[in-house]
Design a protein around this ligand. Structure first.
Ligand SMILES: Nc1nc2c(ncn2[C@@H]2O[C@H](COP(=O)(O)OP(=O)(O)OP(=O)(O)O)[C@@H](O)[C@H]2O)c(=O)[nH]1
Ligand SMILES: [Mg+2]
Length: 392
């Protein structure tokens, strides 16, 4: 990015629906057949790039990037479209090619890119196909639609590859192919780059850097979530296992024993928050007390107990309810602490109690309970549900 800025390397991306004439526009601007064109959509498959020299502009290097069209059909095209959007987002200047009034599939990405601050020219191509009055009506309509987010002068009309026309020859009817008409477009590109080029480059470097840091943040968050879930899972099943062997009497003691301060420390560490053992103990104890006060422990015992009795696992491991509940309370506390650390150590509007309530309500559901018990059977009681039928 720094290199692009220093060398004034401009990236002009040509973007739009399939068969609007994107490749033809590039060929016409270059004055040679650089890319394949065809009446069928889906001709351009890759983002191809071409060096470009523009009359009236010599303050930097230009490259034109062709993209696959929007709105083709099929899964391969969805990936190509994604790639095209990616390229469009990296453009210093966007040429958005249409060949009629805007369709929804065009309007959305164009509006999104313009609102992102992307400088764009709306290119109305194939103007040769319309009688002048119709072309003028389309131009007026296009201006009206994009004026709100693209500014006062958003549009250029061109005919990158005009259709052949019949001409009267000296002796017989003949056809003739008019030359491409992209002069206005080339002038507009030169004018925009001449007056705003440097600031476009700088703004785009910022935009690209922001996209990279957003992506990095997403990746880091995903990794943190995964690591902290692994930690919670480990504590969950260790707790259940220990309690299965050494039962803890009483609901209050169960909750207190289930919420391990070391788990709090480990989750904090994943989110780069250093917590002393004392502070973690305090938080763990407070969470246990709030859970008890809220009646979560009793409720969990009821729900899990019922499900356990109904399952074949329950038949085998009748005395396992407390262990399962202990494991579950660890899990609940772990998830609540993950939420807390993932939100910059904030419990949210409802405080600690609200956070517990939110998680608990999600986990009351049948699928969660079934899955939890299945995992418990697997990890703690070491029986597959099908074997337990025979009372092994
Ligand atoms: N009449 C007329 N036809 C044009 C014009 N520009 C392009 N075409 C034709 O439109 C068809 C599609 O042109 P392409 O340049 O391949 O369009 P594209 O947008 O690159 O298409 P994909 O790569 O498939 O997305 C071709 O048959 C071109 O000859 C124009 O200005 N006037
Ligand atoms: Mg093409």
């Amino acid at each position: 990015m720094a290199g692009d800025l220093a060398a004034k390397r401009y990236t002009i991306v040509v973007f739009g629906t399939g068969s609007a004439g994107k490749t033809s526009v590039i060929n016409a601007l270059l004055g040679r057949t650089a890319g394949l064109t065809d009446p069928v959509t889906g001709t351009t498959k890759e983002g191809e790039q071409f060096g470009y020299t523009l009359d009236g502009f010599d303050d930097g290097q230009l490259r034109l990037i062709d993209t696959p069209g929007l709105s083709e059909i099929g899964p391969a095209s969805a990936m190509r479209e994604e790639r095209a959007r990616e390229l469009a987002a990296q453009a210093d200047l966007l040429l958005f090619v249409v060949d009629q009034d805007l369709r929804d599939i065009e309007y959305r990405p164009l509006a999104a890119l313009a609102r992102l601050g992307k400088r764009a020219i709306l290119v109305f191509n194939k103007s040769d196909l319309y009688p002048p009055a119709d072309a003028a009506a389309i131009v007026a309509r296009l201006r009206e639609r994009v004026g709100e987010f693209m500014g006062a002068d958003p549009l250029v009309v061109c005919a990158a590859a005009p259709a052949s026309v019949i001409v009267r020859g000296s002796s017989r009817m003949d056809t003739e192919t008019p030359p491409p008409d992209v002069g206005d477009l080339a002038d507009r590109i030169a004018a925009i780059l001449g007056s705003e080029g440097r600031s476009l480059l700088a703004a785009n470097v910022l935009l690209r850097a922001k996209r990279i840091s957003d992506k990095a943040r997403e990746t880091i968050n995903a990794a943190r979530m995964q690591r902290s879930r692994t930690i919670v899972s480990r504590f969950t099943w260790t707790t259940a296992g220990v309690m299965f062997v050494n039962p803890v009497p009483g609901l209050g003691a169960l909750a207190t024993a289930a919420i391990n301060y070391q788990m709090v420390c480990e989750i904090g560490k994943v989110f780069r928050v250093a917590i002393s053992a004392d502070a973690a103990k305090l938080m763990a104890r407070e969470l246990a007390q709030v859970m008890i006060k809220m009646g979560v422990v009793g409720l969990a015992t009821e729900i899990l107990g019922k499900a356990l009795k109904a399952s074949v696992v329950g038949y085998l491991a009748g005395g396992a309810i407390d262990a399962v509940v202990g494991g579950y309370l660890t899990r609940l506390a772990g998830d609540v602490f993950i939420d807390y650390f993932a939100h910059d150590q904030n419990w949210g509007e409802g405080g600690m109690q609200g956070a517990i309530e939110q998680r608990f309500n999600l986990q009351k559901r049948g699928e969660f309970v079934t899955e939890f018990l299945r995992e418990a059977a697997d990890r703690v009681f070491k029986v597959a549900p099908s074997e337990s039928k025979h009372g092994t």
